[in-house]
Design a protein around this ligand. Structure first.
Ligand code: RM4
Ligand code: MN
Ligand code: MN
Length: 430
């Protein structure tokens, strides 16, 4: 591709904004010093924050009613990585990429790996897909995959997962994520206990082949595509399965995969306590698996989740090492803009969670003072840490204002010309 978003462009835009940023940063530093918080230490935390971007997030998503493709959608895994490269260049916190197979199946693994590395990217997690039938696939997943009643279908689904891990191994990935749509649409359709047994049996076959140093993530979800019952429906079942499988199997929390009003932060705390929190698929939702942009609807909940994560991090809980990934469907926005904004929202919640005075909070808890406990959390949540985030980006060579630089660059218009729509695009089916 001829066009790229150059570092010069970022530097020129930063130049215009730096004085104001420095003022805001210095002022915030003074305010935080009054609370005995070192602004530089926070900026270092912000700079260290990482979240992986889903390859499927750079295409326009859709609902089961319609998909409205955007201009310049990536038509191949290479073009997806080009777009991920733009996100990374501007926000600096997103070098890791999650891939979905077969959507991203590479023709040449070394070529793909080199292509990613030349943009400062690496492949983080592999995701299998046994929730769709692919062209030429011998057996259908219409009635399930890893938990299908027919062992031949289960075998095919297991084989697919093994292939994902083989590809991932050569790409340098470190984890494999399994989400299945298996379940029932009618009462009586699926035998609850037997289907879970079959799930475990299939997962054991996958786990046995997990490459050295890898982690296996089990992703639960209560409904959709099965609307009556899903086999891996909640965190408790996920925890049970992860424990049955072994030390390298963990539960993955996709924020959209819970019924409305579920206390997700408490689930996070439970999984941390049980040593089985593997990672996240971040997004936001109002009703279910809406796959909205992280922090767009419920920023306070996102903060409360990070409050649990930072509490565990600062407490240096043994084995605590969750993988942070985005999993969103961008139906009405430019996906690059959504991904950049979401990465920034996550860093915001992460930094804000560091503002909680944990000693004060625990003393409010000990003295049963709910008002002051909430006040402590709200004080952290209400602090505008934007100058810290912007300074961390600036120092890492990113953009003080990623959206402004991106819009001014005309990247989308340029790729729209370079990428006439393909007849079939695999992007954005979320
Ligand atoms: C599912 C789940 C998986 C994602 C698919 C596309 O709802 O969130 O993580 O890979 O969607
Ligand atoms: Mn997910
Ligand atoms: Mn989902």
């Amino acid at each position: 591709m001829a066009f790229d978003l150059t570092s010069d462009r970022i530097a020129a835009d930063n130049e215009r904004r730096l004085d104001f940023l420095q003022d805001d940063y210095d002022h915030l530093g003074l305010q935080l010093a009054r609370r005995h918080i070192d602004v530089e230490a926070l900026t270092a935390r912000a700079a260290a924050f990482r979240v992986a971007v889903p390859s499927w997030g750079v295409g326009t998503g859709g609902t089961r009613f319609a998909r409205f493709p955007g201009p310049g959608e990536p038509r191949s895994v290479f073009e997806k990585l080009e777009d991920c490269g733009v996100v990374f260049k501007l926000v600096r916190s997103t070098p890791g990429i999650s891939l979905h197979i077969p959507w991203d199946r590479p023709e040449s693994i070394p070529v793909l790996r080199a292509f990613a590395e030349s943009r400062g990217l690496f492949i983080d997690s592999m995701n299998s897909n046994t929730f769709q039938d692919q062209e030429g696939q011998p057996l259908s997943y219409k009635f399930g995959s890893l938990t299908h009643t027919d062992p031949a279908v289960r075998r095919q689904a297991i084989e697919h997962n093994l292939e994902c891990m083989r590809i991932g191994l050569d790409l340098g990935a470190r984890s494999h994520t399994v989400w299945i749509g298996d379940g029932g649409n009618f009462p009586g359709q699926v035998h609850f206990r037997e289907s879970l047994e079959r799930y475990l049996e299939s997962l054991r076959a996958i786990y046995q082949n997990l490459p050295a140093g890898w982690r296996l993530f089990l992703e639960h979800k209560p409904y959709e595509p099965a609307f009556y019952s899903t086999v891996l429906n909640d965190w408790g079942t996920s925890y049970y399965c992860a424990r049955e499988l072994g030390d390298r199997a963990f539960s993955l929390v996709d924020l959209g995969h819970h019924a409305p009003n579920t206390n997700v932060e408490q689930i996070v705390a439970r999984l941390i306590q049980l040593g089985k929190l593997g990672g996240f698929h971040f997004n936001d939702s109002s009703f279910g698996d809406d796959d909205l942009d992280a922090g767009s609807v419920k920023p306070f909940q996102l903060f409360l989740i990070f409050n649990e994560l930072v509490d565990a991090e600062l407490g240096q809980l043994p084995g605590f090492d969750p993988a942070y990934m985005l999993d969103q469907s961008h139906n009405v926005t430019d996906p690059i803009e959504s991904l950049m904004t979401s990465a920034v929202e996550l860093a915001r919640a992460y930094v804000q969670a560091h503002l909680v005075d944990r000693r004060a909070l625990s003393s409010h808890q000990a003295s049963n003072d709910p008002m002051m406990a909430l006040h402590e959390l709200k004080q952290a949540f209400n602090t505008d840490v934007a100058p810290i985030l912007a300074m961390a980006r600036y120092r890492a060579g990113g953009a003080i204002d990623p959206l402004a630089v991106y819009r001014a660059s005309d990247y989308r218009q340029q790729v729209a010309r370079a990428r006439p729509p393909a007849a079939r695009t695999s992007a954005g089916i979320v």
